[in-house]
Design a protein around this ligand. Structure first.
Ligand SMILES: Nc1ncnc2c1ncn2[C@@H]1O[C@H](COP(=O)(O)OP(=O)(O)OP(=O)(O)O)[C@@H](O)[C@H]1O
Ligand SMILES: [Mg+2]
Length: 262
C-alpha cells in the first residue's frame, strides 16, 4: 500500500552566492525557497506524472518523498507515517544509468533480491523479470553491451524485482530515441496495470504524462507551487491530439510558457 500525502511542504536552500547582485530576491546566506507550501494527495496504486520547468524542484520533492532529503517545513506521509529516512521496504528510486557496469544484467537484477535465501525461487524470480522486460538471452551481457533502451529496461527489471509498493522514476526516458521511448511508455503503463503499485514519475514530455498518467501534476512559478493537480480518467491507449486531452495539453503548454502548439 502507498497512499501518499504531501502536507504544506516547504523546501529552502541557503543562498551561497558570494555577493548580492542587483535583482537577487534574498541576501547572501539567507534561505531561498524552492518549494512553497505544496499540498498533494495520491491514492494507492496511482500512476502520477509530474511536469514543470527545469529547476522548479521536482527532483527535490521526490528526494524528500524517498527520504533522501528533508523538508524545511511541512511533511510527507506514506500510509499515514511521516517519511524521515530512506526505506527500501516500500520505495525504490529508479535512477538513470543506475546499472553497475561490472555486473551482468542477471547480477544487476539479482542485487534487488540479495536478501532472498531460497536459491531456486530467487533464480525463477530474476528470470521472470528479465523475461518481462524482454531481455531474455541478454542475461549475461554487461551494460556496455546493451543499447540505451535495453539498459533502461534492465534498470526497470531491477527496480520491479524488489516488488516495491511505490516506484519513483526521475526522468526515466531521457536520452531514448523516439521509438524506444514509445515502447517504454507502453511497457511502464502495462506493468503498472499488471502490478498495480503506485508510480511517481517526473518527465519533461507533456505527451508522456498525458498518455500515461492517472494523475497529472504541473509545478511552476518562483518559488514553486502546484499549478495543476488533475485526475485523468481516460481509457488507454489514448489519443492526445483530439478532445479533452488535447485541451488539457494546450493548457499545460500555456502554463509552461509556450503559447501555441504546432
Ligand atoms: N543540495 C542543494 N543545495 C542547494 N540548492 C539545491 C540543492 N538541490 C537542489 N537545489 C536547487 O533547488 C532547485 C530545484 O532543483 P531540482 O533538482 O529539484 O529541480 P528539478 O525540477 O528537478 O529540475 P530539472 O527538471 O532540471 O531536473 C534548483 O534551483 C537547485 O539549484
Ligand atoms: Mg530533476
Amino acid at each position: 500500500m502507498a497512499h501518499i500525502k504531501i502536507e504544506n511542504l516547504v523546501k529552502a536552500y541557503e543562498n551561497r552566492r558570494k555577493q548580492r547582485r542587483k535583482g537577487d530576491p534574498v541576501s547572501v546566506g539567507e534561505m531561498i525557497k524552492v518549494l512553497d507550501n505544496i499540498n498533494l494527495e495520491f491514492a494507492d496504486g496511482e500512476m502520477v506524472c509530474i511536469l514543470g520547468p527545469s529547476g522548479c524542484g521536482k527532483s527535490t520533492m521526490l528526494k524528500i518523498l524517498a527520504g533522501f532529503d528533508t523538508a524545511t517545513s511541512g511533511r510527507i506521509l506514506v500510509d499515514g507515517r511521516e517519511v524521515k529516512e530512506p526505506t527500501s521496504d516500500y520505495i525504490f528510486v529508479f535512477q538513470h544509468s543506475g546499472l553497475l557496469p561490472w555486473m551482468t544484467v542477471w547480477q544487476n537484477v539479482e542485487l534487488g533480491l540479495r536478501h532472498m535465501e531460497d536459491a531456486a525461487q530467487k533464480e525463477a524470480q530474476i528470470q521472470e523479470y528479465i523475461d518481462m522486460v524482454e531481455l531474455t538471452n541478454s542475461e549475461q551481457h554487461y551494460p556496455h553491451q546493451l543499447s540505451g533502451g535495453m539498459q533502461r529496461r534492465a534498470e526497470l527489471a531491477r527496480a520491479l524485482v524488489v516488488n516495491p509498493d511505490m516506484l519513483i522514476m526521475d526522468e526515466p526516458f531521457t536520452g531514448l530515441d523516439f521509438l524506444t521511448r514509445m515502447k517504454m511508455r507502453e511497457e511502464v503503463v502495462n506493468m503498472h496495470e499488471f502490478i498495480g503499485k503506485s508510480i511517481l514519475m517526473v518527465t519533461h514530455d507533456i505527451d508522456d504524462a498525458l498518455v500515461m498518467a492517472d494523475h497529472i501534476v504541473v509545478m511552476g512559478d518562483n518559488p514553486t507551487q502546484v499549478k495543476m493537480d488533475r485526475l485523468l480518467r481516460f481509457d488507454r491507449p489514448r489519443d492526445v491530439s483530439t478532445g479533452e486531452l488535447a485541451e488539457i495539453r494546450d493548457e499545460i503548454y500555456f502554463m509552461l510558457g509556450v503559447s501555441y502548439v504546432v
